[in-house]
Design a protein around this ligand. Sequence first.
Ligand SMILES: [Zn+2]
Ligand SMILES: [Zn+2]
Length: 140
Amino acid sequence: MKKIIGKCSECGKPIHIKGLCLRHYKRVQNKIFRARHPLKCRQYCKEWNIRLKYEIFSHYSGEQPKCAKCGFSDIRALCLDHIYNDGAEERRRITNGEKRSLNGQKIYQWIKKNNFPNRYQILCFNCNIIKQRELTDKRI
Ligand SMILES: [Zn+2]
Ligand SMILES: [Zn+2]
């Protein structure tokens, strides 16, 4: 076996290949792949996002995600509901008060990273809107 000598030019760890450690080598390869196959990459990204959504929704709802109130189960019309209605506060917590936009994807990533906090449920858009209406005491 050939002895590996030298250090990664990015981080100083032992070299894996081409002057880089394994982690940085992979990072470079990813970059090249992304540049060469932008469409494929977007597709991967999309699939990954869908998987993440399923993972989050089935954690809070069961293998086949469904609305906690009415049982509606088309994931396209399901959403993550803040049980305690503190979405605004949570937004601040996740972004650290920064005013950058927070989309669903970022919330899902945050939830996963924080071991699925026990404060969400899955509702369909109808039940979600009805809940909002009830909170603000609007009948119509
Ligand atoms: Zn490195
Ligand atoms: Zn519902």
